[in-house]
Design a protein around this ligand. Structure first.
Ligand code: GLA
Length: 400
């Protein structure tokens, strides 16, 4: 057969069989992203320092793995071959050297680009260059791609993300593909076959419950995001997650609010991507971020996204079925005052119809472990009692 026909059939077969990379992000990805704190003001020294902090502060040990450079890592123009170029002032050694540094610490390296003609901050987008860019990322040994949705005109979102998925697959290096189109085209309906996580909303901002307008778009606080997308839990699971956005822990909310934010992202099985300056965080912020008992709720291998159990009397109660017939329950005090909270296990049968999981604590007695304060609280034969400060949280794991 003519060589050209063989090549054509080979390329066709690649496309017909194209799928996302399997076996990645089996639990929600954990890492750090530059955007929330640094915007486009990023550079090689900063990123290396962040990688060092992963090791020194025990973040790697707690499970954080990906270091992702968001918008602003590139030069404003592609080179003569049409390749993207790392900004030579910000990243004088280039991306491969930076990737090598991150890999040498046992961590993984992520980059950002966009499905449109330009990124949101005006750098070259991947539209029309998808296969070329994917090859370049593979040559730099990129492990994670966040792929945004600015300057996309009227293109179809699902097709645009499929094109990039196929380009990554063709380039051959396994990459976690993070879809970032803000929920506009309901990626929870099609994202499972395309990427490993998808943003469910517009951008997060560091407030408890607010929405701040910026003209044509707005950013949302922690509870605004949760309430906006509390009903899409069925689409989450191992390898495909609803992404409630990079965290604002350590970025100006109170310590109690940060704890609740972190617990809620864990209950929601959202990716845990830190967005603060790891070089300057307080001890309290660090202890929130490396609370391994809370992280274990997020990383539970069943990958079930938790859901609201009730929200009466300004108390948000969420539950999440876990492996080994265990459950996590979180109690967030939404009021402006501390409360003496009491929860009678026997009056609250737990049920998750979507996953066919039920627990009646009249019939069984489970042990109760407080994951915020790292202590055993006895069992479910007696009521749970806790003083919870305003906007603070108690989260427990119950099991036999
Ligand atoms: C969009 C994304 C953000 C960030 C910026 C970068 O707003 O939603 O997370 O990546 O673009 O410009």
């Amino acid at each position: 057969m003519n060589k050209k026909i063989v090549l054509f059939l080979f390329l066709l077969s690649l496309n017909i069989n194209a799928q996302k990379f399997d076996g990645l992000a089996e639990t929600p990805p954990m890492g750090w992203n530059s955007w929330n704190t640094f915007g486009t003001d990023i550079n090689e020294k900063l990123v290396k320092d962040i990688a060092d902090q992963f090791i020194e502060l025990g973040l790697k040990d707690a499970g954080y793995e990906y270091i992702v450079l968001d918008d602003g890592w590139m030069s404003k123009e592609r080179d003569v071959n049409g390749d993207l170029v790392a900004d030579p002032i910000k990243f004088p050694s280039g991306m491969k050297v930076l990737a090598d540094y991150i890999h040498s610490k046992g961590l993984k390296f992520g980059l950002y680009n966009c499905a449109g003609s330009k990124t949101c901050a005006g750098y070259p987008g991947s539209r029309g260059h998808e296969y070329q860019d994917a090859k370049l990322y593979a040559s730099w040994e990129v492990d994670y791609l966040k792929y945004d949705w600015c300057n996309t005109g009227k293109i179809n979102a699902e097709s645009a993300y499929i094109t990039m998925r196929d380009a990554l697959k063709a380039a051959g290096r396994p990459v976690v593909f993070s879809i970032c189109e803000w929920g506009d085209n309901e990626p929870w309906k099609w994202g499972k076959e395309v990427g490993h996580l998808w943003r469910a909303t517009g951008d997060i901002i560091n407030c408890w419950d607010c929405e701040i307008g910026h003209g044509s778009w707005s950013s949302s606080g922690v509870w605004t995001i949760i309430n906006m997308r509390k009903d899409i839990r069925e689409s989450a699971g191992p390898g495909h997650w609803n992404d409630f956005d990079m965290m604002e822990v350590g970025n100006g909310m109170t310590a109690a609010e940060d704890r609740s934010h972190f617990v809620m992202w864990s209950m929601l099985a959202s990716p845990l991507i830190m967005g603060n300056d790891l070089r300057e965080m307080s001890k309290e912020t660090l202890s929130t971020l490396i609370n391994k008992e809370v992280i274990s709720v997020n990383q539970d291998k069943l990958g079930i996204q938790g859901f609201r159990f009730s929200n009466e009397n300004k108390m948000e109660i969420w539950i999440k079925p876990l492996d080994n017939n265990q459950w996590a329950l979180s109690f967030v005090n939404m009021s402006d005052d501390a409360v003496d909270f009491v929860f009678d296990w026997q009056k609250h049968p737990l049920s998750d119809d979507v996953n066919g999981r039920y627990l009646d604590l009249n019939k069984e007695v489970y042990e109760v472990r407080d994951l915020t304060h790292h202590q055993n609280l006895g069992d479910t034969s007696k009521k749970l009692k806790a003083k919870i400060a305003s906007h603070d949280v108690v989260v427990v794991r119950i099991g036999k």
